[in-house]
Design a protein around this ligand. Structure first.
Ligand code: FAD
Length: 410
């Protein structure tokens, strides 16, 4: 174990004093950002093989601008798709309810693109910027203990690792979060089927790449192209019934999801029928977390470990990326004694925004799944009137680094 009472700027000068639990989008982006800031870290991942689930993720300008600043624009270029628009349609006749322009209009307005990307491609791009030696796979953390000037990770094989700072990037079931709160994930009552379809098997041409959603009673379907347009990522929610498995690897049955969407418009059902296999998992979130760092200021959480949200605003990963960029910036200027302050500053900067998005994602879960009737008609009227890209300024126009700088100057 290294002595913990090191001189100022120990994080920068002395390698290995920072530990990240989890090598998902949050953990890998944090490792990249710290690497660029000259701070060495060690990443501990429970999985024996590093791979992502076969599904897509939408990366909005609020996160793509940060990935670009990390130097990933070129790597991402060939594998992403820049959709022209998001379109919401009615479940039975596929009538257009609302359309938000993306593509060039989005880049012009917000200075960064809207991407749809296969998770494995994003993962690979992030891994490309990280030194292999700092990644420790097959290491499952079971507990984190705060020390007077650091923290200790305990692993399932009985081993330990000490660091000046421990960051939990270990997802919704975070064990690092257990050091900060006693709460549990909340089951939403919904499940989601996810899979990929070769683009040439779609019932409509992909000449205008779009994020397409069909909204209907108790469920919705979303699909968008990924992997440079070769594949289409499909997600279909259904009431979960007695399905409560929450795992990225649990398999569902294509016939069940097709059956659940009987009576929906043919475009939506044809997309589902084109699936060869699907994953299925129950959707959980948590209430906003009150304290993102420990009392001693040596343990903090990022991404889903801090603010797991339902996927109905497509912002969980985007917020994880914002988190880690802010955290890395706070730590970059921290000396050994300043670590608790840096973590507190990170929490202060991030919490209001992610609290809001956690709530918004929950309310979308009701809004997207209204049965036909007065509420649905009101929603549809609002959708028609409020789809201007400019209304997304608070979300897409947000520059997490600039906000932190303002906080510093203010
Ligand atoms: C259906 C669905 C669709 C979504 N779509 C979008 C979208 O379009 N846009 C968007 O921004 N977000 C989306 N999200 C949310 C997004 O997937 C998550 O917010 C994001 O993956 C969180 O990343 P993370 O790194 O914080 O956590 P995770 O991806 O959960 O990664 C955690 C990592 O930690 C590891 N780990 C866990 N426990 C331990 C342990 N004890 N010891 C060591 N390692 C551990 C795990 O193996 C994993 O590698 C979606 C989510 C779902 C469910």
């Amino acid at each position: 174990m290294k002595p913990l009472n090191r001189p100022p700027h120990a994080l920068k000068r002395d390698g290995g004093s920072m530990a990240i639990v989890g090598a998902g989008i949050a953990g890998l982006t944090l490792a990249t950002a710290l690497g660029r800031a000259g701070i060495r870290c060690e990443v501990f991942e429970q999985a024996k093989n590093l791979r992502e689930v076969g599904a897509g993720v939408q990366i909005a300008p609020n996160a793509s601008r940060l990935l670009h600043r990390l130097g990933l624009a070129q790597r991402l270029g060939p594998v992403v798709v820049r959709p022209d628009a998001v379109e919401m349609r009615r479940w039975d006749d596929s009538r257009l309810l609302g359309r938000t322009e993306l593509g060039a209009a989005c880049e012009e307005l917000y200075g960064a693109p809207y991407y749809t990307v296969h998770r494995a491609d994003l993962h690979q791009s992030l891994l490309s910027g990280i030194d292999d030696n700092i990644l420790h796979i097959g290491r499952r953390c079971v507990r984190v203990e705060e020390l007077p000037e650091g923290a200790r990770l305990h692993f399932d094989d009985g081993s330990t690792h000490d660091a000046d700072v421990v960051i939990g990037a270990d997802g919704i079931h975070s064990v690092v979060r257990d050091a900060l709160a006693m709460d549990e994930p909340r089951f939403s009552g919904q499940s989601i089927y996810r899979g990929l379809v070769p683009a040439d098997r779609l019932p409509f041409p992909l000449d205008e790449p779009k994020v397409r959603l069909w909204l209907g009673p108790r469920q919705h379907v979303v699909c968008y192209p990924v992997s440079g347009g070769k594949w289409v990522s499909v997600g279909a929610t259904t009431p979960a019934g007695d399905w409560s498995t929450e795992s990225w690897t649990a398999e569902g049955r294509v016939e069940d999801v097709v059956d659940a969407y009987q009576g929906w418009h043919q475009e939506a059902t044809d997309v589902l029928k084109a699936l060869d296999q699907v994953g299925r998992w129950a959707l959980h979130d948590r209430d906003p977390l009150r304290h993102w760092c420990s009392a001693g200021g040596r343990i903090a959480v990022v991404g889903d470990a801090a603010h797991p949200m339902l996927p109905f605003q497509a912002q969980g990963a985007n917020q994880a990326i914002e988190d880690v960029i802010v955290l890395a910036a706070c730590l970059r200027v921290a000396d050994q004694d300043g670590i608790p302050k840096a973590l507190a500053r990170y929490e202060r900067t991030r919490r209001p925004r992610t609290d809001r998005l956690q709530q918004l994602s929950r309310s979308n879960s009701r809004r997207f799944h209204l049965s036909d009737g007065e509420g649905q008609r009101e929603r549809d009227t609002a959708l028609l009137g409020a789809q201007s890209l400019r209304e997304q300024e608070w979300l897409y126009g947000y520059d997490a680094e600039a906000v932190l700088l303002q906080d510093q100057l203010g």
